[in-house]
Write a protein that binds this ligand. Structure first.
Ligand code: AMP
Ligand code: ZN
Length: 115
């Protein structure tokens, strides 16, 4: 947790381009965007990945999706569409071990979601 880059972003120890914040959730622009809109939506609670989720987190995860809905409208990608991706673990290509939802849009995304 002490070495978690996203926890540092939450604590504002590392700068980020924040697009949404409340007491439980933070959303900021990905530093290395792969689409015109590439935003990471994260819980402020340090949860390593989907595998570390518990029943207590169910409401929080639901809230993350309503935040994604809000940001999609804010970013004007609600009508044309977008993609939400959550990588988990080594095979899933998760690099940062703090649960995060990639919100991708602003262009027609490729059909390949795995290779
Ligand atoms: P993942 O591969 O799913 O773990 O994705 C981690 C994402 O975090 C990558 O898309 C990175 O570009 C992004 N990232 C890493 N460090 C930062 C940072 N300091 N600010 C914003 N995005 C970051
Ligand atoms: Zn963390």
């Amino acid at each position: 947790m002490d070495n978690c880059i996203f926890c540092k972003i939450i604590k504002k120890e590392i700068p980020s381009n924040i697009v949404y914040e409340d007491n439980q959730i933070l959303a900021f622009r990905d530093i290395n965007p792969v689409a015109p809109v590439h935003i990471l939506v994260i819980p402020k609670k340090h949860i390593e990945s989907v595998i570390e989720l518990s029943k207590d987190d169910e409401i929080l995860i639901g809230k993350i999706y309503t935040v994604i809905n809000k940001i999609a409208k804010q970013e004007n990608i609600n009508e044309k569409g977008f993609r939400v991706i959550v990588n988990c673990g080594e095979d899933g290509g998760q690099e940062v071990k703090h649960l995060h939802f990639h919100l991708l849009g602003g262009k027609k995304l490729g059909v390949k979601i795995c290779e």
